[in-house]
Design a protein around this ligand. Sequence first.
Ligand code: PMP
Length: 354
Amino acid sequence: MKSYFRTEIAGMEGYVPGEQPKLENLCKLNTNENAFPPSPAVKRAIAELDWERLRRYPDPLADALRDKIAEVFGLKRENVIAGNGSDDILTMLFRCFTSPELPMACLYPTYSLYPELAKMQGAAVIPVPLAPRTFELPGDLLKRVEKANLLIITRPNAPTGNSFPLETMRELCRNFDGVVLFDEAYADFADDNCMEFVKEFPNVIVSRTFSKSYALAGLRLGFAVGSPELIAGMFKVKDSYNLDRMTQALGLAAFSDRAYLKECSEKIRTIRKDFTERLENLGFQVVPSQTNFVFAAPPDRDGERCFRALRDRAIIVRYFRGPETGDYVRITIGTPKEMDRVITALREIYANPG
Ligand code: PMP
């Protein structure tokens, strides 16, 4: 049959989301969801939702939510835009800043959605390869990306979990002649973040999500902050009512509970530290993580074997092929009980090779 699709779309593979299997006794550690439930304030906000009001369209500007986000970061409403997950924020950014004439640059390896969005825009991708094993940035980063109109620094990075020095980031913002997006999906689990750069540099945007640290992947909410000029441009290309009433109300409740966010992220950092040590004791090489997952090379460097053997035990993780570095598995930080189960399984797997 004749293809009716634009050439860019016909040639695309499409983003492959993490699997959501329905196994009994499942230990689901493959999509970096939170180990704990959302704030109890979300439960209360659900009880307070007024079904009758669903008759009306939601606020297309999400002002109440944006005001609260602005207040917490010492910014103004004009500095903030909210989206249906941070994927929606990324879509807006690609619509605004990429085209066949305007390439984008991103790390490699990184979040695999970026190149897909670039293809939809017909935009070229300039890859910034990270160093084998350490996943540090190349020294000539600026030179490599000078033709890009949009540079995405995923910080901390996914799937590798590591971060990059703040001073290097400041240097980059100062010298890069384009828009820098810091994708901070995991920043609440990290030691530092780039939020303050928004006040210093007019070309910087920081995006965050409610899917990880707020334990609301099922809600679909993310936001970006930047200079009023950049944010106003993003408003032009967003879907009309991109955030429904419920998401705006529940998101506001979750965001307002700063104490819960802090406590929950701190718990995950503690479990991460303990789990990392236990993995290292089993002979895994673990990349220092600033996120709610770890990226680790199995003792035999065979990620697929590790993935399959865990899957046989109803533990779902992801694996990544590394031509230069050997394979890695990416394991989401779960509850202490889930981490015990992973360690017990790994002990079994690596005590019986083959
Ligand atoms: N950025 C990064 C780096 C991610 O890992 C993810 C989650 N897969 C996202 C953005 C998108 O998150 P969401 O759309 O759930 O907000």
